[in-house]
Design a protein around this ligand. Structure first.
Ligand code: ZN
Length: 251
């Protein structure tokens, strides 16, 4: 089985479109979506429309922005720009897309004995996994060999050895145009495929992953897309300019 793994699209249709074109020739059987379809970007309806269209072949969890932009929670804890974008997004979403966003399952989702999905961490969809300590908490919370997460917008991997010693968790940034990782037998992993629509590792290219469970191999791909168009559409929508500018730098 081959999985296409996508996270943090954030209403950026230009980036998602480029990723879907890029992965078209790479076979996959299922899509795993790790949350934050919307928020920040100018195309929430197009992105949720795509998510609805692939629902039969996909397993998804909602993100914190999906929760707030769908009106399920108040934006009071968001910073000013995220709050403005959330209010704008809620006003833009067509009713059937809003219904779909509201129906996205809350993570973590344990898909099989091998794979689980979450947005932030295995414990809390709003928590970040940046450090080995954060990773240890998530390894302890779920039994799966591979837990996929999003939210940080940084393609990265945490590895727990076969001895289960959480004081020796390995951390790896998966930066570069194409990164291949072969998973070691008996080891456990927390894996972030990076963000499709708002990368934050100082590489503006859209990020996504493919996992081949027969080969036990993970591929991270970075894809150029029309950043200037995504930025222009953010400005034209009247969203905060900083949300367009940050796409140029990948921050
Ligand atoms: Zn996000």
């Amino acid at each position: 089985m081959r999985y296409l793994i996508l996270s943090d699209v954030h209403g950026n249709w230009e980036a998602l479109h480029a990723v879907l074109n890029h992965c078209r020739r790479k076979h996959h059987d299922r899509v795993l979506f790790l949350g934050d379809a919307v928020g920040y970007g100018a195309s929430p309806n197009q992105v949720v429309g795509w998510l609805r269209s692939i629902a039969p072949q996909a397993d998804a969890v909602r993100g914190n922005h999906d929760r707030v932009c769908a009106g399920l929670d108040s934006p009071e804890y968001f910073n000013r720009y995220a709050r403005e974008a959330a209010t704008w997004t809620l006003g833009q979403l067509e009713p059937h897309h809003l219904d779909h966003l509201r129906s996205l399952p809350v993570g973590p989702r344990q898909l099989s004995a091998e794979i689980a999905l979450c947005h932030g961490s295995a414990i809390d969809e709003d928590a970040y996994i940046f450090s080995a300590f954060d990773a240890a908490l998530s390894f302890a919370a779920l039994p799966q060999r591979m837990v996929l997460f999003g939210h940080t917008h940084v393609p990265s991997l945490f590895e727990l050895g076969a001895d289960g010693d959480s004081s020796a968790i390995g951390v790896r940034l998966l930066s570069g145009r194409r990164v291949t990782v072969t998973l070691a037998p008996g080891h456990r992993y927390l894996i972030n495929p990076g963000s499709v629509g708002q990368p934050r590792d100082r590489d503006p290219r859209a990020s996504y992953a493919i996992f081949d469970d027969e080969l036990q191999r993970l591929y991270i791909h970075r894809v150029d897309y029309r950043v200037s168009l995504a930025r222009r559409r953010i400005l034209q929508a009247g969203l905060p300019a900083v949300l367009g500018d940050r796409l140029i730098y990948g921050v």
